[in-house]
Design a protein around this ligand. Structure first.
Ligand SMILES: C[S@@+](CC[C@H](N)C(=O)[O-])C[C@H]1O[C@@H](n2cnc3c(N)ncnc32)[C@H](O)[C@@H]1O
Length: 148
């Protein structure tokens, strides 16, 4: 979800996985298709307001460095369980702000509030694993692995 020019999508497809990459940007999808020799299916879609169910069902849905750009994060996250196979997982990777007083504006613009995000994910998934890694004194990378 929000695959950009498809770097992660290609990495996964090289491991013989069937991958679909979705992004709102025509330019990103065009560049992704040009670089692809792995058979990734690319779709131009707005993940905020188009029906994601038409993409089918997936064992894993990745969303890396995208959630901060969405206006209605709650709606998007609530739609993900419907896209997963019974043992599927949602992997959400995003920068989060740890210390708003000392936060760099550029990183903050692509970061989210960790507590709010976790509350939203908890409301939609049964099992959640959380991994945090320091990115700067005021920010961390947060990875949530969520199963319905
Ligand atoms: C910072 S890039 C991350 C790209 C990729 N996930 C990565 O980690 O390299 C954010 C991507 O989210 C996409 N995006 C933002 N809002 C979106 C939306 N509503 N629907 C689909 N894609 C969106 C942008 O077009 C952009 O390619």
């Amino acid at each position: 979800m929000g695959c950009g020019t498809g770097h992660l999508a290609r990495q996964l497809a090289r491991r013989s996985l069937a991958v679909t990459g979705v992004d709102i940007s025509d330019e990103a999808i065009k560049l992704a298709k040009q670089q692809d020799q792995t058979g990734v299916i690319y779709r131009r879609m707005n993940i905020e307001n188009e029906d994601l169910r038409e993409l089918g069902k997936f064992d894993v849905v990745f969303c890396k460095l995208v959630i901060a750009f969405l206006k209605d994060k709650t709606k998007f996250i609530s739609e993900i369980p419907q896209l997963l196979t019974p043992h599927g997982a949602f992997i959400l990777i995003t920068p989060v702000v740890d210390d708003p007083q000392n936060a760099n504006a550029h990183i903050s613009a692509i970061s989210v509030n960790e507590d709010e995000l976790k509350r939203t994910v908890k409301a939609n998934f049964r099992k959640i694993e959380s991994i945090k890694k320091k990115l700067s004194p005021a920010h961390s990378w947060l990875t949530l692995i969520a199963s319905p």
